[in-house]
Every structure is written in structure tokens, then in C-alpha cells.
Write a protein of this length. Structure first.
Length: 260
């Protein structure tokens, strides 16, 4: 693995810099000649080497030769090449921290792997590689979470008690929401029942000349006296029930002659 990480400057990389018109600044090795219609840049991305091409009108400026950062990386690559397959854990860790300071995370992790190979309990290198200490073992985060008894819940490892508390709170909120909805339904039903009762209590209506009018009503006050609205004239005494009434509402006259 370490042989694949030999200094890239030795291959002519990280020697130049171009600035694009969109503001990006790219470092690498210019393979094209100055003034060419196509600018070709070979660059490093982590431990990979790639080649990218740009039209000349996309490039604002070119700088050939090492930038300060490129010079620093070249020095680190030279140190890595000098270590080869040897070197103590401390030397590899110094190299890892130097690469990380330059923003070269992939190179830093590669060096941290070399540290762990020489010192399995190197806490800083393990942390850089994402390992965590659980009891007396180094474990990956998922392994450590399972060892602690955590569960995967909504995108992260969560203690069981925390998960249960979240679910209980959601269940309580859902129960309260359903109770509120049930109360609203009951209130709506009660309001509708009151409206129905009021409609039943209202007097019936009759239509006269296109307008709704209250129906004249006759009220029995006692067996021998009749009253109505408008006025009702009682009929002479006769067997059975006999009612005669007449009235007027606006331009409408009405009469009632009932014999039973």
C-alpha cells in the first residue's frame, strides 16, 4: 500500500498552478505548452492522479513552478519516500499530522495506517482513522455502538432509553391530538343537534306572493274559547269541533272553516 503513495512530485506533479475565470485555482503539473488552445493539467486528488482539460478561454492565468503549498507537499512527499517501508510510529505520525495540516486528508490517513501497523494502541492515529475505544478493544464506530447496546434509530446510533423516550413522547402527542380531534367532532355534533332543535321549534312557513310568511296559528285556551293569530271568530255551539276564522296579512286574506 505504501509503495502506491510514493512522492508524486518525482513524477512531475504539483509543479504548476492555473486560475480559471470562474474563480477556481487548481494545482498540478501543466502538460500543455504556454499559449496552447487547450490547457492540460495533471493533478492529485487524494492518492489518485487525474488529468483535466480546459479551453484556453476558460483559463485566466497560468503559473509555472512550485507554489509555497506545493513546495511544502513536495518536502512531505520526499520525507515519505525516505521512510519507505521502514520508520518508527512517531515518524509516520509526524508525517500524518503534517499532511493533515496541508489539507491532504487521504495522505494523512495513509500515514496513520502506517502508525497503527507499528503501534496498534496509538490513540491519535486510531481516532484519525475513525476507531473508538470500547473497554479494552479498538472498534469501528458501528461495532462500538452495538457493543454498548445502542440501536440504529433515524440515521444515528442511539441508546435504547433515548429511543424509547422519543417514541413514547410521539405516542403521547398522537394520543392528545386524537383526543382533541374527538372533542372537536363531539362539539360539531352537539352544535348540529342544537341547530336541528331550533329548526324544529320554529313555526312552519307559507309562501304568499313569493315571500315566506309565518302560518297563522290557532291556540285552544279552554274548551269554550278559541284564539288565533290573526283573530278567529268561534262558531256557534255544535256537536263536535267547529272552527271558523279569517284574517289578513298585507294584501292577502285568508279564512278557515273546520268541522270535525
Amino acid at each position: 500500500m505504501l509503495r502506491a503513495l510514493l512522492p508524486l512530485v518525482a513524477a512531475g506533479l504539483l509543479a504548476d498552478e492555473i486560475t480559471l475565470r470562474d474563480g477556481r485555482v487548481l494545482e498540478g503539473d501543466l502538460l500543455s505548452e504556454p499559449g496552447a488552445t487547450e490547457v492540460v493539467l495533471r493533478f492529485r486528488s487524494g492518492t489518485m492522479v487525474a488529468v483535466q482539460r480546459f479551453q484556453a478561454d476558460q483559463v485566466q492565468s497560468e503559473r509555472r513552478g512550485l507554489t509555497p503549498r506545493q513546495a511544502a507537499l513536495a518536502a512531505l512527499d520526499a520525507r515519505q519516500a525516505a521512510l519507505g517501508e521502514a520508520g518508527e510510529a512517531t515518524a509516520w505520525w509526524d508525517l500524518a499530522t503534517a499532511y493533515r495540516a496541508q489539507g491532504e486528508g487521504a495522505q494523512a490517513k495513509a500515514c496513520a495506517q502506517a502508525v497503527v501497523a507499528r503501534d496498534p494502541d496509538h490513540a491519535e492515529a486510531r481516532a484519525l482513522l475513525g476507531w473508538v475505544r470500547h473497554e479494552d478493544r479498538w472498534l469501528r464506530p458501528a461495532e462500538a455502538a452495538l457493543a454498548r447496546g445502542d440501536v440504529w434509530f433515524r440515521g444515528r446510533w442511539t441508546p435504547v432509553a433515548e429511543r424509547d423516550a422519543v417514541l413514547a413522547e410521539e405516542a403521547r402527542a398522537a394520543t392528545e391530538a386524537e383526543a382533541r380531534a374527538e372533542r372537536r367532532r363531539a362539539e360539531d355534533q352537539a352544535a348540529e343537534a342544537r341547530r336541528q332543535a331550533r329548526r324544529l321549534e320554529e313555526p312552519p312557513a307559507w309562501v304568499a306572493f313569493g315571500q315566506v310568511r309565518p302560518v297563522p296559528s290557532i291556540l285552544l285556551r279552554d274548551p269554550h274559547r278559541w284564539a288565533c293569530t290573526p283573530a278567529v271568530a268561534p262558531a256557534p255551539s255544535a256537536p263536535g269541533l267547529q272552527v271558523q276564522a279569517a284574517g289578513q296579512h298585507g294584501n292577502t286574506r285568508w279564512s278557515l272553516d273546520l268541522n270535525r
